[in-house]
Design a protein around this ligand. Structure first.
Ligand SMILES: [Zn+2]
Length: 335
């Protein structure tokens, strides 16, 4: 196509679909066009620009010739889809900007989802629609797919657009803060003054003392402090498990990684009681050590009041069971 300064139609609604170039990006584009001319043809649908609004603007202003290519679309929605997809593929945007761009598909995606029982059209084929679930979850998934982020990120960005202040939005665009961080701040603000009881330490703490999982709506049931403690305990258990097994001690041996009692046959002598108590002490130490390393495996997601009660019941039973062993023995020797 011959390069000329063509007169093309600008549809403001289509133009404003695309986030504007940053000052620097715009300056770089202008410099390059002034230096080398306009190499990339614009894309036009029925006389209206669908790609190259910035190039058109610069070329017309400086009277620089350009080429354009015609593209056919079934309807306006199809043209809009193409424009957004094209921008996402080409522009160097961060996940916040990509999510914002993808969110502009939402009304159209919802419409596509609603029409899903109807005829297949170009959009259906373009997006390989294999529809299931609600139109809301469908559009969130599709937007996530287009932006290359998770559906949760799309939902967070949608909320940030509604509720975050301009300064935060600016930081998000520049990549100076993360989506998760900005979202957490909004959630903390919304729940300011609220408290909840930690399932682990049972203490009432402010909302902001609980971590917001990135993939769940609900905050975690245990506080940040308890989470850190559980993590530390798990680390210690790992270290303990990696240590060499303790050397054999009199009366207690290690067999297949388990402690085993060794029958010593102590002589029936009052002075031997001290030996017997030492044996009991070994048994107790071994039990405590094994209890400690096992309890360290009681991880945050397993922890609940019911589970803790089960453990407490087991501890209570130990005292009863051992006492019963003692009483049975006393009865046996008395006979
Ligand atoms: Zn706690």
């Amino acid at each position: 196509m011959e390069k000329k300064v063509y007169e093309l139609k600008v549809d403001p609604e289509l133009r404003d679909l695309i986030p504007p170039l940053s000052e620097e990006e715009h300056r770089m584009l202008e410099d390059s066009i002034l230096r080398d001319g306009c190499d990339t043809p614009l894309t036009v649908w029925d006389g209206t620009i669908v790609d190259g609004h910035n190039r058109y603007d610069i070329c017309v202003r400086h009277n620089i010739p350009f080429a354009y290519e015609e593209r056919h679309f079934e309807d306006r929605d199809a043209a809009v889809f193409w424009m957004l997809e094209h921008q996402l593929a080409r522009r160097n945007l961060n996940s916040y900007q990509r999510s914002l761009l993808a969110l502009r598909f939402e009304p159209m995606l919802k419409k596509v989802a609603k029409d899903k029982q109807g005829k297949r059209n170009d959009l259906d084929t373009n997006f390989r629609t294999n529809l299931s679930g609600s139109s809301t979850s469908y559009s969130a998934e599709k937007m996530a797919e287009l932006a290359g982020v998770s559906p949760t990120t799309i939902k967070k960005v949608k909320r940030l657009e509604k509720e975050a202040d301009e300064e935060t939005k600016k930081q998000l665009r520049k990549g100076d803060t993360s989506i998760h961080k900005a979202y957490t701040e909004i959630m903390n603000k919304e729940h300011e003054g609220e408290t909840r009881v930690c399932e682990r330490c049972q203490q009432e703490k402010p909302f902001s003392d609980f971590r917001l999982p990135s993939n769940r709506k609900e905050v975690r049931p245990i506080c940040k402090e308890c989470e850190a403690k559980a993590k530390q305990a798990a680390k210690e258990a790992e270290i303990a498990a990696s240590l060499p097994v303790p050397p054999e001690i009199s009366g207690i041996g290690i067999k297949d990684g388990q402690t085993a009692h060794i029958s010593l046959g102590l002589p029936d002598d009052p002075a031997m009681f001290e030996q017997m108590i030492a044996l009991l002490q070994h048994a107790q130490d071994a039990y405590i050590a094994s209890f400690k390393s096992t309890i360290a495996q009681y991880r945050p997601s397993m922890i609940s009041e019911d589970h803790t009660n089960m453990i407490v019941e087991m501890i209570d039973n130990i005292a009863n069971d051992t006492e019963e062993i003692l009483n049975t023995h006393l009865k046996e020797v008395a006979e």
